[in-house]
Design a protein around this ligand. Structure first.
Ligand SMILES: [Zn+2]
Length: 309
């Protein structure tokens, strides 16, 4: 088991990195200057978030986390928010649209601990059964923005970028322009295939372009190890190839489940979680106006579980 750690990235920024691709082990970001601290995403559980806060306390003695930027609404990036009751929690307006569809900690716990033989539930048990969601109260963002917003953390300029719908209904990236660092949230997955909850693979491809357009050299993905520019370009190219392959299937009238198998056979490569390609293919089908595309989170999990078998 690899222990997460707070890694310095530049003069004012650090990344809390898990360097693993399993579900739920998300990376967080820290920007600090003059005693002020901005945190990019909390963690999936309260103990995991406490580890981050302890590490921030050691790296920035006396620093106060006044702002938490939620890159999107998924629990693995937000379920530690309650440990920062005095902080402003900022996200995009688009991100809040998806919050009502998020599975809560009680529902996820119930599914993960159920002994159902149903493939989707077994998939959830296998991937989430080891997390302890006890005591979590979901805390919503306290402020929203759209487009682009500049904030100051001490003397450091920080840019919040509303990437629109892609991985989720609304993804946000955090850019430190003077230091060439981007915290991309789940707009980027490193060494594993992207999950698309929003129904827009085009949005995911555009988001890669948006983060590259910042000119940054260091990219902190939502999951997995650090990326450089060629890493982000590689992710964008892979998403584009999947889009092309899935569109060929749409045009040929291939049913979604068969198309997902076909695309996985051709494009799984060596990245973890090739079953997530189901969500990418489903997004292409949805964007192409195909009927019978699963919309709910659980239906997407069923699709992934069927490919994982
Ligand atoms: Zn995530």
């Amino acid at each position: 088991m690899i222990s997460p750690a707070l890694r310095p990235l530049s003069a004012s920024s650090w990344a809390w990195m898990h360097d693993r691709t399993d579900w739920g082990f998300s990376n967080s970001g820290v920007i600090a200057s003059g005693g002020e601290v901005l945190l990019v995403d909390t963690q999936f559980t309260l103990p995991a978030t406490r580890l981050v806060l302890d590490a921030v306390g050691a790296a920035v003695p006396g620093g106060v986390i006044g702002t938490v930027v939620a890159t999107h609404g998924n629990g693995d990036h937000t379920w530690g928010n309650q440990l920062l009751p005095d902080a402003e929690i900022v996200t995009s307006i688009a991100s809040t649209v998806g919050l009502c569809h998020e599975m809560g900690p009680e529902q996820l716990t119930a599914l993960a601990q159920s002994h159902s033989a149903d493939p989707a539930t077994r998939y959830i048990s296998r991937n989430f059964g080891h997390f302890d969601f006890a005591g979590i109260t979901v805390v919503r963002p306290t402020r929203t923005f759209s487009g682009r917003e500049e904030v100051k953390v001490g003397s450091v300029l920080v840019e919040l970028l509303d990437l629109g719908a892609g991985h989720s209904a609304g993804d946000v990236a955090v850019h430190v322009p003077d230091e060439g660092v981007v915290f991309a949230g789940d707009a980027l997955f490193a060494d594993s295939h992207m999950v698309v909850w929003s129904g827009s693979l085009s949005g995911c491809i555009q988001a890669c372009g948006q983060v590259l357009d910042t000119g940054a050299e260091v990219f902190v993905p939502g999951h997995g190890p650090l990326l450089d520019r060629s890493g982000v370009t590689g992710i964008r190219d892979q998403l584009f190839r999947v889009q092309e392959a899935a569109l060929d299937c749409v045009k040929a009238g291939v049913p979604l489940a068969d198309a997902a198998r076909r695309v996985m056979a051709g494009h799984a490569g060596s990245w973890a979680h090739p079953e997530r390609l189901f969500t990418q293919v489903a997004a292409v089908y949805e964007e192409a106006g195909a009927t019978s595309v699963p919309a709910s989170t659980l239906a997407m999990v069923e699709g992934m579980a069927s490919l994982a078998c």
